[in-house]
Design a protein around this ligand. Structure first.
Ligand code: ATP
Ligand code: MG
Ligand code: MG
Length: 352
């Protein structure tokens, strides 16, 4: 069978590899960490830095198609691979999504709305930026942030200056705090033939900047705002000639859906699709990049809740299994550091 190359070594790669294996594909993980948990579930593993061009070229020569499970991979070394192999997502969109300023500018250009924001490159930017956003606001590094890392909530100018000082010159963005009713995500797939499907948008609850739960059915404000959010994501996908799963994170607000950020990959808020939809996000990502028709996103069950197991929560996972409806996923990470995603549980309830 064909071999799918996956760049990145975490749980998303692992779940992709499991799905690909089920459909008869081989998988080849490329990751810098020796103890990659994705590699455990894959057929082949290259352990090398993301910017090792020689290792990347060799990896690519062994793959039929290449995808990513982590969006903060340097784009420049991937450009060399693009000439001979299909890489999904498109590198142009990957590059935009890696930078919070270009990501927001792009979403606005596509017709979306965002929180008020301004660039923060030095202390002198603080005053004009705060005029733009007001307080409270959030300082975020423009690059490399995930799970709320590199973010500081600031209530006044003193706190903003202190946050800036702690960044040691790293470029950042100041965002006005959005008063939202709920958070949701648009999870969609587009295949090489341009076919598009959407999953029902889950209601996402974050704790300390980390996704805690994703649930369905979503409250009515999310159902009401889903069409506008979908339209934006569809436009982004079509404009960028996207292939694979694309996720958009939104705040449901009185002004309509406010675009927060996008992930050009499968997403934590879509893990419920493994048991809760006919075809999971992982299956549809593989189908999309391999030129297959997309599978149904029809929901299986009535109430669905996916809960992340974070850090020390893992000590309690056996108690969760007292509920026979709970489906347990553990990622096999050796060490339970605080804030680290160790696994998740999906519980689906059926009315009859
Ligand atoms: P990830 O990529 O893991 O989703 P991240 O580090 O990129 O996380 P964000 O998505 O920017 O972080 O923010 C994490 C969470 O913090 C959001 O889901 C939301 O709950 C809250 N948040 C972020 N920005 C804002 C904002 N401007 N207004 C209100 N809440 C916000
Ligand atoms: Mg993010
Ligand atoms: Mg986010």
């Amino acid at each position: 069978g064909s071999t799918i190359g996956i760049i990145g070594g975490g749980q998303l790669g692992r779940m992709m590899a499991i799905s690909a294996g089920q459909m008869g594909y081989h998988t080849h993980i490329y990751a810098p960490e020796q103890d990659s948990i994705a590699a455990i579930s894959a057929d082949y593993f290259t352990c090398a830095p993301y910017d090792d061009e020689q290792a990347l070229v060799h990896f690519a020569s062994q793959c039929d198609v290449i995808t990513i499970e982590f969006e903060n991979i340097p784009v420049a070394p991937l450009r060399a691979l693009e000439k001979n192999k299909n890489i999904y997502p498109p590198l142009s969109l990957l590059q935009i999504a890696q930078h919070r300023l270009s990501e927001k500018e792009y979403a606005i250009a596509m017709g979306g709305i965002t929180a008020p924001y301004a660039a923060l490159n030095n202390m002198a930017d603080c005053t004009p930026a705060a005029q733009q956003t007001g307080f409270p606001a959030i300082v975020k590094t423009v690059r490399m942030g995930y799970d709320g890392k590199g973010q500081f909530r600031v209530a006044n100018m003193d706190e903003l200056h202190a946050a800036m000082a702690s960044l040691n010159g790293e470029p950042a963005i100041l965002e006005g705090l959005v008063e939202f009713s709920a958070e949701f995500s648009v999870i969609m797939a587009r295949n090489v033939h341009g076919e598009i499907i959407f999953y029902n948008s889950p209601h996402n609850i974050h704790k300390n900047g980390i996704l805690s739960t994703s649930s369905l059915p979503a409250p009515s404000i999310i159902k009401d705002q889903q069409p506008v959010a979908r339209k934006l994501m569809q436009k982004i996908a079509e404009q960028s000639n996207y292939v694979g799963i694309l996720t958009g994170e939104f705040f449901a607000s009185s002004e309509g859906p406010i675009f927060n950020e996008m992930a050009p990959r499968v997403h934590n808020s879509g893990h419920w699709t493994i048991e809760g939809a006919v075809s999971s996000q992982f299956e549809n990502h593989i189908r999309a990049i391999c030129g297959l028709p997309l599978g149904s996103t029809k929901i299986c069950g009535d109430d669905i809740i996916m809960t992340n197991i974070i850090g020390d929560d893992i000590d309690e996972f056996k108690a969760i299994l007292d509920d026979p409806l709970a489906k347990l996923h553990l990622y096999g990470k050796a060490e339970a550091r605080p804030g680290r995603k160790m696994g998740h549980i999906t519980k689906i309830s059926y009315e009859k």
